[in-house]
Design a protein around this ligand. Structure first.
Ligand code: DHB
Ligand code: MG
Length: 243
């Protein structure tokens, strides 16, 4: 057995012959089965020299399934990148659904626009370009003004330093039952570094604590390994207010 080039250093048995990335590739081929549109998204992202930090296909499909299971029609995403996770969720909300996705980098938003149009879901995706905090504040204003119903599913996947703030803003556009997913809450275990000076690690730690303490939320977090290494995601649902 060869020790494949993309193997990931990991603990446990078979570390020389079997890697998290190999298993991810197997799961992608056997059960996840992303169609050609997803490869096109990744190809255009690479062409544009964008960082390969999109979610794995397995996680992307999980987002789509969460949207489907929860009957989501309106999705809010923070961190579009090239639109890979956006495409999974846009497919899941169906033709009468909508995804609002926030991207700070105009060049990334351009690639995402091309990708989502090419995949045939461009009409249901609103890409908002700008710093996420300002965009979310603007969306809160629009929501208060009656433009736009509550979001059914929220996916936070931009800078992690901003997550505590993004969570509070998203909660202003949520309803009981809204599902909130946060990517990258483990970061190779760096989440344990209570004294970290890294704003992203501090953001993740605060984000987890806020979700754990907020009486409006029921939340958990799950560790993951795979092609993207050792990480994890948080999953929360907005509760009915106590009566
Ligand atoms: C990074 C960001 C992500 O959202 C991710 O999934 C992986 C890495 C990063 O900024 O390094
Ligand atoms: Mg991420």
């Amino acid at each position: 057995m060869d020790d494949s080039a993309d193997s990931v250093t990991q603990p446990g048995p078979d570390r020389t012959t079997r890697s998290w990335a190999d298993v991810d590739a197997h799961l992608e081929r056997s059960i996840v089965r992303p169609d050609e549109s997803f490869a096109e998204v990744q190809r255009r992202a690479q062409e544009a020299s964008m960082p390969g930090i999109e979610v794995s296909a397995g996680t992307g499909k999980l987002l789509g399934l969460l949207a489907e299971i929860s009957g989501a029609r309106r999705v809010l995403e923070v961190g579009t990148l090239a639109g890979f996770s956006t495409l999974w969720m846009a497919r899941a909300v169906g033709g009468d659904g909508a995804v609002v996705t926030c991207e700070a980098e105009p060049a990334h938003a351009d690639v995402a626009r091309t990708n989502l149009d090419a995949a045939g879901v461009g009409g249901r995706v609103d890409i908002r370009v700008g710093a996420a905090e300002q965009t979310l504040e603007q969306l809160v204003e629009e929501h208060r003004g009656g433009d736009g119903a509550a979001f059914d599913l929220v996916f936070l996947d931009a800078d992690k330093a901003g997550n505590p703030r993004y969570l509070q803003l998203a909660l202003q556009m949520a309803r009981p039952g809204t599902v909130i997913v946060g990517d990258n809450v483990v970061r190779d275990g760096a989440v344990l570094d209570a004294d970290s000076s890294d704003p992203d690690i501090r953001g993740i730690r605060q984000f987890l604590q806020d979700q754990g303490e907020d009486p409006r939320l029921e939340a958990t977090a799950v560790q993951t390994v795979g092609a993207k290494g050792w990480d994890g995601f948080s999953l929360a649902v907005v509760r009915e207010p106590a009566s």
